[in-house]
Write a protein of this length. Structure first.
Ligand SMILES: Nc1ncnc2c1ncn2[C@@H]1O[C@H](COP(=O)(O)OP(=O)(O)O)[C@@H](O)[C@H]1O
Ligand SMILES: [Mg+2]
Lengths: 376, 234
């Protein structure tokens, strides 16, 4: 792909050395729309590494759209600063802001294509806006449509395209000016699961081929799991936690992250099971251990091992194994029948295998004839 | 047939009246578009929260346009006679009638086009802004093309209204078909002239409406082409 002409050589203050590695840097960002309603973003600081796909996940109303709109100046923050590839965005207006925006592309939940233009016309829009000649535009548009596999639909209007095709046009349009950062605000939320997967695969391949940094807003952990290298969990305008995807999935620190993960990783027991556990050990209880399997450890015959080595009878309460960022991650909750006294040696043994474990409660021994819990 | 109804002597007079109506409607349509469209755009883009937000200006323009719009045309026509004389050099005749017609129709046209452009999804404007589009580019490449079907419909409504107003303007010396109908059909008891005038006016309005609807449909790409064709034939 040709490089789009950099329309502006505007360089704000010398980029700091650390901002050079970071495609996006957010410093103590706060935003209040309505003082009565309180801040929508509250002291958010965050860095996105160059070339990363960085997921930002949060519930509806958490402030995700506001945050991502601060990155291209569509929203003016109340305080704090934003740098995109070393250039300060906050405080820019007029021509310098427009020049900066040409390096920060955006794709939208509802595609935001002009109904009055064909697919090719929509992809041409940013090129026209940037002042490219007709000839250059004619040359570049088919290449961009090729990139998203939509050349055959060049002359179709958005009303004649499926949701997935529309988002492909949106992506081609976003790539038109060869941006440094791609912002995606719930770009797959209006799509069915199959189309979502295709669009995520496309974003992943674009990220790999072009080295484009992607900031990906979503409310679905599954989207993060599929393509994000790092993830930030936003709750009520604050960062609940932030880190590499795998670590966050394996060892979530915040309750909100755990609840987002509940459909993917079984960190917490289902509520009806959790209710039956006690918080303190008693004479009629057995400890419940949560074992987190990461990487190679996920493939070890741990349960059989515990039986053989310690003579306990692990009873599996709940568990699941998944692949995150190409690494296996499993979480297993087991009741160690007769394992009370062996807890420490068992945990030491597990940790020597590279598995982390945690006591999450105590299960009451079943009355004879009544099963304790079902495998789920 | 139609002209067979009329005494032969009235033929040329009828054609002249038709020409006068066409002049009044055509000229004021062009003028009101040239002035009304920028006003409509201004009403949209200066509204609170918009990309050229100017709330005070927006209120002033909106209020003036409402004032003009709520004044009955016949009163407006008389009230602005001094202005008409200033602009047209006279306050009677076809040319003079163009002034009150234009003044009366500008606010209607501005409001209708404003409504059409307000329909344009805010996210499209946001998308254009995120590409680094200037306000002028947003207006030219997003607002106007996306609102085009609505703007065409606004144009149709104003043309039809203008035809009606022009008949009123005719009675104060503007000439035209309305004037002919009143003078001959009513004052000289020639109902066949009145009938001919009404038939021709109805035919003109119908044609304008048909052409307007057809154009609006043709420029509307919000509905897939196949379905648009099917709908047009049903
Ligand atoms: N332009 C605005 N004016 C006033 N309040 C807003 C505006 N945009 C968003 N909000 C409020 O800010 C909060 C966060 O919104 P948003 O950033 O859209 O969250 P999310 O994208 O995570 O759902 C919501 O309570 C919303 O009502
Ligand atoms: Mg949102």
């Amino acid at each position: 792909m040709n490089a789009a002409p950099r329309l502006s050589s505007l360089e704000s203050a010398q980029p700091l050395s650390e901002t050079r590695r970071d495609a996006v840097r957010i410093e103590s960002l706060s935003k209040t729309y309505d003082p009565a309603a309180g801040p929508v973003l509250d002291d958010v600081s965050l860095s996105v590494r160059k070339g990363d796909i960085h997921g930002i996940i949060g519930r509806s109303g958490a402030g995700k759209s506001t945050l991502v709109r601060c990155l291209n100046g569509l929203v003016e923050p109340s305080s704090g600063r934003v740098f995109v590839s070393g250039r300060a965005i906050t405080g820019l207006s007029g021509a310098p802001l427009r020049a900066a925006r040409r390096e920060i592309a955006m794709i939208f939940q509802h595609f935001s294509l002009l109904s009055s233009r064909t697919a090719a016309g929509n992809v041409a829009l940013p090129l026209e806006v940037a002042g490219l000649s007709r000839r250059e535009i004619r040359e570049r548009v088919p290449k961009l449509l090729d990139l998203v596999g939509l050349r055959a639909k060049a002359d179709s209007y958005p009303s004649e395209l499926s949701g997935g095709q529309k988002q492909r046009v949106g992506i081609a349009r976003a790539l038109a000016l060869d941006p440094k950062v791609l912002l995606s605000d719930e770009a797959t939320s209006a799509l069915d699961p199959e189309t979502t997967e295709q669009i995520l695969d496309l974003l992943k391949s674009i990220n790999q081929r072009l080295g484009l940094t992607v900031v990906l807003i979503t409310h679905e952990m599954d989207v993060v799991r599929r393509i994000a290298h790092a993830v930030t969990v936003l709750e009520a305008g604050r960062i609940a936690e932030s880190g590499p995807t795998f670590e966050t999935f394996a060892f979530p620190k915040s309750a909100v992250a755990r609840s987002f993960l509940s459909s993917i990783v079984a960190h917490d027991l289902p509520p009806e099971l959790a209710k039956t556990l006690r918080t303190e050990p008693g004479h009629d209880t057995d400890p419940v251990l949560r074992i987190t399997f990461t990487g190679a450890g996920a493939h070890q015959p741990v349960v059989a091992d515990l039986v053989e080595r310690f003579g306990v009878r692990p009873n599996i309460l709940h568990g699941r194994i998944d692949t995150i960022d190409n690494r296996a991650l499993g979480v297993l909750a087991v009741v160690l029948e007769g394992g009370e006294t062996l807890l420490e040696p068992i945990r030491t043994h597990l940790s020597s295998l590279g598995l982390s474990s945690e006591i999450i409660g105590y299960a009451v021994r079943p009355v004879a004839g009544r099963p304790r819990a079902a495998f789920s | 047939m139609l002209f067979g109804l009329l005494p032969a002597a009235l033929g040329p007079l009828f054609l002249r009246s038709l020409g006068e109506t066409a002049t009044m409607v055509g000229a004021s349509a062009v003028l009101s578009t040239l002035i009304g469209l920028p006003l409509g755009i201004a009403l949209v883009v200066t509204a609170p929260g918009q990309f050229l937000e100017r709330p005070a200006l927006n209120r002033v323009v909106g209020t003036i346009s409402n004032l003009v719009r709520s004044t009955p045309f016949i009163i407006l026509m008389v009230a602005i006679i001094p202005f008409t004389r200033l602009v047209a050099g006279t306050s009677v005749g076809t040319t003079a009638a163009i002034v009150p017609l234009t003044i009366a129709i500008i606010p209607l046209y501005a409001r209708l086009t404003e409504a059409a452009m307000r329909e344009v999804d805010q996210s499209l404007i946001e998308a254009a802004q995120s590409m680094g589009a200037t306000p002028f580019q947003i207006i030219r490449k997003v607002l106007l093309p996306e609102a085009l079907p609505g703007i065409v419909a606004a144009q149709t409504v104003t043309l039809v209204s203008l035809i009606g107003y022009s008949a009123v303007a005719g009675t104060i010396g503007g000439g035209g078909l309305g004037d002919l109908g009143v003078r001959f059909g009513y004052q000289r008891f020639m109902p066949e002239v009145m009938l001919a005038v009404v038939v021709v006016l109805v035919a003109i309005v119908q044609s304008v409406q048909f052409l307007g609807d057809w154009t609006a449909r043709t420029v509307n790409h919000r509905i897939p082409r196949k379905r648009r064709v099917a709908r047009a034939h049903s």
